[in-house]
Each structure stands twice: as structure tokens, then as C-alpha cells.
Design a protein around this ligand. Structure first.
Ligand SMILES: [Zn+2]
Length: 354
């Protein structure tokens, strides 16, 4: 059974045709504190190509030390200065250091690579890991390859990421409950035993939707689609990752004074609320709805609750408010689980019940 195999009919498209543009997004990786040899990441970068003055990079606390990693910019200017066309960028206030080479072995790391055949091109996935974790790295690399192929099929949209695509073990994670992070540029995972295969599939979804502003859509879909991909590919969950455990915190909050609508209050709520909402819609309408929302919210990064209501009406007719009330917008819960609304057409894997 393929949980994310899209059904045969072509889903209606909403005409949000803007292509996802891949631009140099300064979604910088912040590290806590600039230590000695921070400018070359403790010897990881070599061959200094340029050091440019750029005090304006500092916008808020935490910006005193930033690691941007590899960047290619044929324009070759930044902070009103000429910069190399490509290199590894590190910011130690008030300078950017741009390096020509990366030497993993200097910091006890190594790299595995894998060619992955995607729809329109073959790309290379690189996985940088700490040397004792080689088996973990091999497993995650294979899983990453399958995840990208699945997500292309699921969305019908070509992989929007950089080639080569870099995945890196980051021992500074978890940070603020973050086990991983990803954009079209690269992905970071917390070390083995902390991040899991589900972290990887979750972050895989973010390669497509990391610019989606509404967190209940961006994060909720990453959780839900990532979770369904785990079953689709028979990836192993870690022991503590049961759906019930994941939803438990949220269920103690549901309908209490602390409950709030997902729209605008996602960050104040246990994460499970968004996931339960999307799983409920999956049970009713299957992968097509999830795929349509993922694509629409990727193409229009400001996709909001009203846009969602419009899209949902193609499936639920005039009953969108019944489904969204309590969950996405303020109001009583008319539907606490899919069965309250109608028959379940897409049962969850392994007979899991919400
Ligand atoms: Zn996420």
C-alpha cells in the first residue's frame, strides 16, 4: 500500500503558477558564540580568498557569528565590495571571511556521496558526518535519495534544491527543540540517536516548502507528509516516536483555556494539533488534498487560511467551516475526528486511529 501515491485523477489546480525561484536566501545558520578560530570553523575552511568589512550584517543578537556555508554568486558583490564568485562564507563581526576550500578531516568529519536520478536531472546528495557515525550516514543517505524521489512524485514538481545537495550532521542541534533544518540549499540533522528517519523525511518536505509563511501549514505538512513517507518506504521509527506520544501533549490542551486556533497561534500550541488536523483531512480526502496544499503554499508563500478554505471547498463543498472551526479558526469543534464528518476513505497505515 502506498500511502502517498496520488490517485489517478488529475487534481484541480488553482492557477497559482508562479515558479518557485531559487535565490540566495540569507537564512543563515547562527551559531551560539564565536569561539577561537571561528572565522574558519576550527580549521574546516582553508585558503582565505577574501575578508570584507560588513558591519551592517549585524541586525540582532546572535548575528555576531554566522555560518553561511557554500555560496555561488556570479555577480560577485556583497556589502558594496567585490567578492569571489564562489566560496565558503563565515561572518565574525564585523567581517565576512570567504574561503576557497573545505577540509572535513580537520574536524573529524567525512563525506559520503550518492547520485540520485530525479525526473529532470541526476543530482548528487552529499552527507557530511562525524567519522564514528558512518553506518548512520549510509542509511540516511539512502533514505534521503528515496525521500526526494517520492516527494517529486507526490508533488509533481521537480526537486527545487541545489545540486549537489548537502546534508550535514550538526552536533549543535537540537537547539530550540529543532532536530533538523532544511532549505533548498542544504539540510542539517542532529546526531544519531537524536534525529531520526522521521526528522529526515520532515526536513525533506521543507526543501519544497521552507518559504511557506503559515507555520501550521509549513510544519504541519512536514510532520504529516514526512510521517506518511515513513510508512510508504518502510523506514524505521525510533522507539519513542509513536503517533500517540506525538499527539499526547496536544490532546491535554484541546478545548482547554490554552487551546487556540492554528492560524496565527501555531507556536503557542503543542505541535500535534496541526498534525492531527492534516491527518484528519488525509483520512477524508487522501493524498491529493495534502499535495495540493503543499504545492499551492509553495508557489504562494503567503498562502493563508482563506486560501486554504477556498482550496478545501473543492473537496468539502460548503462544509469548510465545519472542518476548520476550532482547528484553524476560532470557534467550537464540530469535527473532533474524521468520523464526526463522514466516512473515512483513506485509513491511516497500520490501522492507527486518531
Ligand atoms: Zn520543520
Amino acid at each position: 500500500m502506498n500511502w502517498l501515491r496520488r490517485s489517478q485523477h488529475q487534481a484541480k489546480r488553482l492557477g497559482l503558477g508562479a515558479l518557485l525561484t531559487i535565490s540566495l536566501n540569507l537564512a543563515l545558520t547562527t551559531e551560539v558564540q564565536a569561539a577561537a578560530h571561528a572565522h574558519n570553523r576550527q580549521g574546516r575552511y582553508k585558503q582565505l580568498l577574501a575578508k570584507i568589512d560588513c558591519p551592517s550584517q549585524y541586525e540582532k543578537p546572535g548575528d555576531e557569528y554566522l555560518v553561511f556555508g557554500f555560496s555561488e554568486d556570479p555577480g560577485g558583490r556583497y556589502c558594496n565590495q567585490k567578492v569571489p564568485k564562489s566560496g565558503y562564507w563565515v561572518y565574525v563581526y564585523p567581517h565576512w571571511y570567504i574561503w576557497g576550500k573545505e577540509d572535513f578531516s580537520a574536524v573529524g568529519m567525512a563525506m559520503l556521496k550518492k547520485q540520485v536520478k530525479l525526473r529532470q536531472r541526476t543530482i548528487t546528495i552529499e552527507l557530511a558526518y562525524y567519522k564514528p557515525h558512518r553506518r548512520w550516514a549510509e542509511l540516511r543517505l539512502d533514505q534521503a535519495a528515496e525521500t526526494l524521489q517520492d516527494l517529486e512524485r507526490f508533488t509533481g514538481k521537480p526537486f527545487p534544491g541545489q545540486n549537489p545537495y548537502r546534508i550535514e550532521e550538526n552536533p549543535d542541534l537540537p537547539k530550540e527543540n529543532l532536530l533538523g533544518q532544511a532549505s533548498h540549499r542544504d539540510m542539517e540533522l542532529a546526531p544519531p540517536g537524536i534525529s531520526s528517519a522521521w526528522t529526515l523525511t520532515h526536513e525533506g518536505v521543507h526543501i519544497w516548502n521552507h518559504r511557506t509563511e503559515a507555520a501550521w501549514i509549513c510544519e504541519g505538512l512536514a510532520d504529516t507528509i514526512g510521517w506518511l513517507l515513513m510508512y510508504e518506504n518502510e523506514f524505521a521509527f525510533s522507539k519513542q516516536e509513536t503517533l500517540n506520544d506525538y499527539l499526547a501533549n496536544w490532546r491535554t490542551v484541546m478545548e482547554s483555556d490554552e487551546d487556540a486556533p492554528l492560524d496565527r497561534y501555531y507556536d503557542d500550541l503543542p505541535q500535534g494539533k496541526a498534525m492531527q488536523f492534516w491527518l484528519m483531512l488525509y483520512e477524508l480526502y487522501g493524498p491529493d488534498l495534502l499535495s495540493e496544499v503543499l504545492i499551492a503554499s509553495t508557489e504562494n508563500t503567503e498562502f493563508n487560511a482563506d486560501d486554504f478554505r477556498e482550496l478545501l471547498s473543492h473537496y468539502a463543498g460548503s462544509k469548510t467551516h465545519r472542518l476548520m472551526s476550532g482547528w484553524v479558526v476560532r470557534g467550537p469543534y464540530y469535527v473532533r475526528q474524521a468520523r464526526d464528518f463522514g466516512p473515512i476513505h483513506y485509513p491511516l497505515p497500520d490501522k492507527i486511529e486518531l
